[in-house]
Design a protein around this ligand. Structure first.
Ligand code: FDA
Length: 402
């Protein structure tokens, strides 16, 4: 016989566990279903094993969405300070690493145990590992067929995340449910992902793998809907297949295939001016001058791309050529071939179109009782604890509404 619950939450990751705990602590009978063998693998591997669980500066402008206003309500009602209060209640030591990013002192496992304990204090029923075969709307709720039995629930919360890292259990379940109920989607694509480059113009940079430096990077424009222009100052890393590091992961979420990213490799210097001014005083060779500022191999690669020789004497070079080199360093425009894809992406951009959901409760406007939270929704944070903050905030919003 089917078991009856007030709320069924499908997906026991960050958003799902938070939502289940909040709803259960309000007295709701909650069942939490997940198909994975191991609980919350994404939390476990996050932040290099220490989980960057929030960012104290998290604000709506740190999120990408077709509708940048959608996330405001949930984020303002459950803030990073609220999550910190929970972390402190569970006596989890934490520290700030970089620009408001908060990490566990010991292990991400502590966040998983904290959420498990919060679920236990509300008496959440677990169905895990358990596969959902089908989900149907009934006259007064939902019928869920799982490989561990039938479930009837007044409300269903879909918290199955995005497509990133399929090898630890990511599926398109949320998107299939959206299609089943005729809800619009914003095309999903990998975000916070290394970018790849190939072809003859990239050959000079292949040997640079391993070089890292702080840069400014930008792409896109603010024309049209959504937050489309990205601009970050972070570290960039040359890899065997292209570029990575925080600067590139951040800009990858704003990058559109076929368009360039612009990298300022020396953001604190007007390189063209510096080279032109140096002509009178610097008798040195171009390669020696530029490699005072940039790693030698990178300096030589850029000089070659600008069509110059590292042995040329600075004083002998016309200003126009030095300007071209300055531009290649201050505004290095490169068009990625692609990205490393969902295999390496930390998040999935796009998802359930926010126009289909209530920003207060996360409920689908045309399917009363059906909610979507976390990464499944078209709200994606920057690198740095923002994505968990969205998972917590959207989970709480639905947990309070179901
Ligand atoms: P999440 O992916 O956490 O959970 C979804 C759950 O649904 C999983 O348990 C899965 O098994 C289950 N599921 C999927 N399909 C199902 C199905 N068909 N049936 C049943 N269950 C199903 N963010 C951040 O803020 N700080 C950080 O430090 C990091 N670090 C990081 C590192 C790496 C390597 C990755 C890949 C990602 C991060 N992130 C991050 C991003 C962050 O992990 C992510 O945004 C949140 O986990 C999203 O939370 P959700 O609960 O929405 O999905």
């Amino acid at each position: 016989m089917a078991k009856q619950f007030d709320v069924a939450v499908i997906g026991a990751g960050a958003a799902g566990m938070m939502c289940a705990a909040v709803a259960a602590q309000r007295g709701k009978r909650v069942v939490l279903i997940d198909h994975a063998e191991k609980l919350a693998e994404k939390i476990r591997i996050s932040g290099g094993g220490r989980c960057n669980f929030t960012n104290i500066n998290a604000a709506p402008q740190n999120f990408l969405s077709h509708n940048p206003h959608f996330c405001k309500s949930a984020l303002s009602r459950y803030t990073p300070q609220d999550f910190l209060t929970l972390v402190k209640k569970h006596r989890i030591g934490y520290h700030e690493k970089h620009r408001g990013q908060l990490f566990c002192n010991e292990s991400a496992e502590q966040i998983i145990q904290m959420l498990k304990a919060e679920c236990a204090s509300g008496d959440v029923t677990w169905r895990m590992p358990s596969k959902v075969e089908s989900l149907e709307k009934t006259a007064d709720g939902f019928f869920i067929l799982t490989d561990s039995g039938e479930i009837l629930a007044d409300s269903v919360v879909i918290a199955t995340g995005g497509l990133s890292i399929p090898k630890i259990g990511a599926t398109d379940f949320g998107y299939r449910i959206a299609a089943q109920f005729d809800l619009k989607m914003v095309e999903p694509r990998p975000g916070l992902v290394p970018l790849t480059f190939d072809g003859p113009s990239w050959e000079a940079f292949v040997p640079l793998a391993g070089i890292a430096l702080e840069v400014e990077v930008e792409t896109g424009s603010n024309k049209g809907k959504g937050n489309k222009r990205g601009h970050f100052r972070e570290d960039l890393l040359f890899t065997h297949r292209g570029l990575s590091g925080p600067a590139i992961l951040q800009i990858s979420s704003y990058w559109q295939p076929g368009t360039p990213i612009i990298v300022n490799l020396l953001p604190d210097m007007d390189v063209a001016q510096e080279l032109i001014d140096g002509k009178s005083t610097l008798k040195k060779q171009l390669g020696n001058v530029v490699s005072q500022w940039l790693p030698v191999r990178l300096a030589e690669g850029l000089i070659a791309v600008a069509g110059l020789s590292p042995d040329a004497r600075l004083a002998d070079l016309p200003d126009a050529k030095l300007r071209k080199l300055g531009d290649a360093i201050n505004r290095w425009a490169i068009v990625p071939t692609g990205s490393e894809g969902y295999r390496k992406a930390e998040v999935t951009l796009g998802g359930i179109d926010t126009r289909e959901l209530s920003q207060q409760s996360m409920m689908a406007n045309k399917v009363p009782g059906l909610y979507f939270i976390g990464e499944a929704v078209d709200v994606t944070g920057w690198l740095g604890g923002y994505n968990f903050q969205w998972a917590w905030a959207s989970g709480v919003a639905a947990g309070q509404a179901v």
